[in-house]
Design a protein around this ligand. Structure first.
Ligand SMILES: [Zn+2]
Length: 271
């Protein structure tokens, strides 16, 4: 344990007793766990429903944007203002290519079939999307989310060439992980479609008990996508997070992943 945080924790121990001492983790900003709210695909409801709900609770999330989305083009100043208020504009590729050779991928068009891409084309398009996002928000550090969770082209992990372009990448596998368990090139998340508010809050309580990272993956919020969470369930989650902000570290993926990266390197990067 680093001695600065040791002093802080010692003070917390004296004030709150052994239970509180045991239940905080320095990588989670001296709170019990971390929660990251992510929203995929650059859709209207991000700007119409999700961001207003987050802003009114003074919470920040990560929005994984597709560079070719018409909603990005049409509402660019709104995305810029969202970034200025602290939301992360994450990279969800320029064209959202998914592997059309996998079962259940009838929705993949020939133009956007990752199995027909070369690795260098995937890498180049994702870098071009970073350039676009930097032009919008002025930032150079951000995270990536694999479209459809697909990580490989012909058996090659294309993100291996992008590790220096991103702080981390989010996958689609469900799971809660401690900071040492997190794979920064494939961070777990819970993909939400139709679950109620109690389910969402119960996941947060599990993360609090296990001192882990919990990442939510939303698409539609109150409609706008075939994968959806109701406004009521989303509101119930935000209300719980806000009420327990002292115990739960809630931040965009780029900030949480950077803390994990430093912790996994044994704190060597912290000066
Ligand atoms: Zn997507």
């Amino acid at each position: 344990m680093r001695f600065l945080s040791h002093l802080t924790l010692a003070a917390a121990f004296l004030l709150a007793g052994p239970a509180a001492f045991a239940q905080t983790t320095s990588v989670w900003n001296n709170k019990q766990c971390a929660v990251v709210l992510t929203y995929d695909d650059a859709i209207d409801v991000d700007l119409d429903n999700a961001i207003p709900a987050l802003d009114s609770a003074k919470l920040r999330g990560t929005f994984y944007l597709i560079g070719s989305s018409p909603v990005l083009a049409k509402r660019l100043p709104e995305w810029r203002r969202a970034a200025q208020r602290g939301h992360e504009l994450g990279n969800h590729a320029l064209m959202h290519p998914c592997d059309g050779s996998l079962p259940g991928r009838g929705f993949v068009t020939p133009d956007n079939d990752l199995s027909k891409y070369t690795v260098s084309r995937a890498v180049t398009e994702i870098r071009a999307n970073n350039t676009l996002l930097t032009a919008i928000d002025g930032k150079t550090a951000r995270t990536f989310a694999y479209p459809c969770g697909d990580r490989q082209i012909g058996g090659v992990n294309f993100y291996d060439q992008l590790k220096n372009d991103f702080v981390a990448a989010r996958g689609v596998t469900g799971g809660l992980q401690t900071a040492s368990q997190v794979k920064l090139d494939d961070i777990d998340c819970y993909s939400i479609n139709g679950q109620d508010g109690k389910y969402l809050v119960d996941l947060v309580k599990q993360a609090q008990q296990s001192h882990t990272l919990l990442v939510f993956l939303f698409h539609g919020v109150g409609g706008g996508h075939s994968l959806n969470v109701s406004l009521a369930a989303h509101r119930q989650l935000l209300r719980y997070l806000k009420a327990h902000e002292k115990d739960i570290y809630i931040a965009p993926m780029v900030e949480v992943a950077e803390r994990i990266r430093v912790a996994q390197q044994g704190g060597a990067a912290r000066k």
